[in-house]
Write a protein that binds this ligand. Sequence first.
Ligand SMILES: NC(=O)C1=CN([C@@H]2O[C@H](COP(=O)(O)OP(=O)(O)OC[C@H]3O[C@@H](n4cnc5c(N)ncnc54)[C@H](OP(=O)(O)O)[C@@H]3O)[C@@H](O)[C@H]2O)C=CC1
Ligand SMILES: CC(=O)C(=O)O
Ligand SMILES: [Mg+2]
Length: 754
Amino acid sequence: MNSQKLKEDALWYHAKGRPGKIEVKPTKETSNQRDLSLAYSPGVAEPCLEIVAAEEKVYDYTTKGNLVAVITNGTAVLGLGDIGPAASKPVMEGKCLLFKIYADIDAFDIELDTKNIDDFVKTVKILQPTFGAINLEDIAAPACFEIEERLRKELSIPVMHDDQHGTAICSAAALLNALDLSGKDISKIRLVVNGAGAAAIACIDLYVALGVDKSNITVFDKDGLLHTSRANLVPNQYKYVTDKFAEDWKLADALVGADVFLGLSVGNVVSQDMVKSMAADCIVFAMANPNPEITYEDAVAVRPDIIMATGRSDYPNQVNNVLGFPYIFRGALDVRATTINEAMKLAAVKALAALAKKTVPESVNMTYGETNLIFGRKYILPKPTDPRLLTTVAPAVALAAMESGVARTSITDWDDYDMKLTSRIGLDNSLIRGIINQAKQKPKRVVFTDGENLTVLRAVQEVLEQGIAIPILLGNAIIINRIISEHKLTIDRVTIIDPRSARQEKNINAYAEILYEKRKRKGMTLSDAKGLMLHRNYYGAVMVELGKADVLISGLTRNYPQTLRPALQVIGRQAGINKILGMYILMSRFGPIFLADTTVNINPTAQELVEIAEMTAREVKKLNVEPRIAFLSYSTFGSAEGEDAVKMAEAVRILHEKRPDLIVDGEMQAHLPFNLNLLKESYPFSPLGKTGANTLIFPNLSSSNIAYNLLKEIAQIDKIGPVLMGMKKPIHVLQLGSTVREIFNMVAVAVVDM
Ligand SMILES: NC(=O)C1=CN([C@@H]2O[C@H](COP(=O)(O)OP(=O)(O)OC[C@H]3O[C@@H](n4cnc5c(N)ncnc54)[C@H](OP(=O)(O)O)[C@@H]3O)[C@@H](O)[C@H]2O)C=CC1
Ligand SMILES: CC(=O)C(=O)O
Ligand SMILES: [Mg+2]
């Protein structure tokens, strides 16, 4: 993306809707007078009194145990420098967002308008009762060293300066793995560091703890080499002064023959010549944000043997503290640690380094558009979207806290902890990101029958921008171009076809012949077929049938069967398939939930439900998710009588016999596969007891349709669909009211679903 476009998009992203990136949401019901009298006066007095009697109870009755303050004074914001507290707020909100999406930690940003160390420390100390932990962020050295040290001493909750220790932990894991790949001995490497601030000094401290020889380290800041003669250094920096070289030694001199370069300073201060001069198999971590000390392209262009990393997500090897802080704090909070100590930091380093050597889940490969991410020079650390980070790093940190005696509670059932961690983060984002990336690899020609619809056109613009498909629009070109220009959309070089225009007459005649051949023994005349071909749903369907397009996206309509009819008449079902059916994907906090059949079969028999479940399972697998299927009912394992309950039980029986490879159970009430404690306790025999269900089969169309509409409206859950299954070619009908994002996601799924 070019920098002007990035600027526009980033500003729009931050300003749209509710400005900013985070909000506060109640976690308890507040719908009636009773709820309110519990939430607030008089009921609220009761937890207050409990906490008065035993202060630890604050963790049981309030958000404290899951609440982190992200605190800054805006003096070293990314590599932007001292931009002040207000301007730092977008970055701090960003950190809060990352805490939430990666580790389900609630975080508030607090920007303090002071550079006075005493005021800073005093303020944070006063804030202590509110929070479970303090994440200090983007506070410049040397003040940050004293601030952190004093707060760690004076507070009884964990305090970590992320730019120091989060960065040190992630880059140390990267260094261990890079040395492993280059076959170098940590005690012998020559390390050159640019930047002697918060991040750099903490990284060097940790590298030394891991075995780097202090006498092999040279450090530079804005004023040059950290030399024994320098008078303007603080004790933390003074640890790394040298007298081996002249005071005016330059970075370029130091890099000759160096094994490792660590950049935590500002962008574009390292040249290609400097990298060229480094030792064989050199390691370059250019970690300044947003612009690294040298760009990835420039560095690898001159050194094919390099192991290169930056802080950015758009190149291989992102070494960024986002791989650390969410999980370090998660582990610390979960055992109510009093601090984050060296043992916990080292545990995080080892967990991160080891995770990079494990087989990468398919969902992560898909997210990055890779076919096979594997430990090596371009993959030395896990990717930030890897869901295993939470279940790997947080337990390692929690265990280290327990073993080193700083935990106030312990975890005893680690399997249960693993399950709780998994359920904290839905896999929804990674699923759709994976699908989008897969679509980008092989974009297909998608014909949109509603080319004159603004929502469709907005989605088409997004499709073009992300390169997931090659759109073809059906509709009147004058109308379409007018909408594009009125709404300042950037849709160019797109094919527009108007079946009603004179230019299409030849095609209409040829396409009508196709339809006529298929329907002539079902009462259709050639003239009927010609008339129908003027309708875009018929015209689009024939395009797909003839291979002039790969996918048809039609709708937006309330009348689903009517919109589907042209596709059924022209394209028809896959061989051997008796049913077509629709599936919705709901992006829930439990991860993606697949619902079927939500669109076609009004009252399927047990046998038909078996077919629906098998087809749905196949589709879910195509999206790289292992289906775990629950057959839903008002009855659980025979608890109630009735035709529908018996039908569902019968379908499960058939499926157990026919497909022992599938994880299936039921009939069961809808809450059970999402309330694992209850399911395990009451029905320990159920194969869904361990992980719950992600694929829900409904007894009939009424129940499925009601369920997904209720869920999406009341819970405001994003949905994709309906994904139509069983057709010979990918045809999908949008529902009236589909949003731009829903249409875009539908296109991505349709492209992948071929
Ligand atoms: N990838 C990641 O995960 C992380 C990256 N960073 C990045 O590291 C950088 C530093 O952050 P942080 O340590 O918090 O900030 P600090 O302000 O504490 O430190 C900045 C350091 O860089 C030095 N510096 C500035 N300009 C130059 C230059 N031209 N040549 C050499 N040194 C220079 C400063 O020297 P002086 O004191 O003389 O001004 C100072 O020592 C930022 O770009 C930040 O985005 C930080 C944390 C995590
Ligand atoms: C990543 C980060 O914390 C920084 O660049 O400051
Ligand atoms: Mg930072």
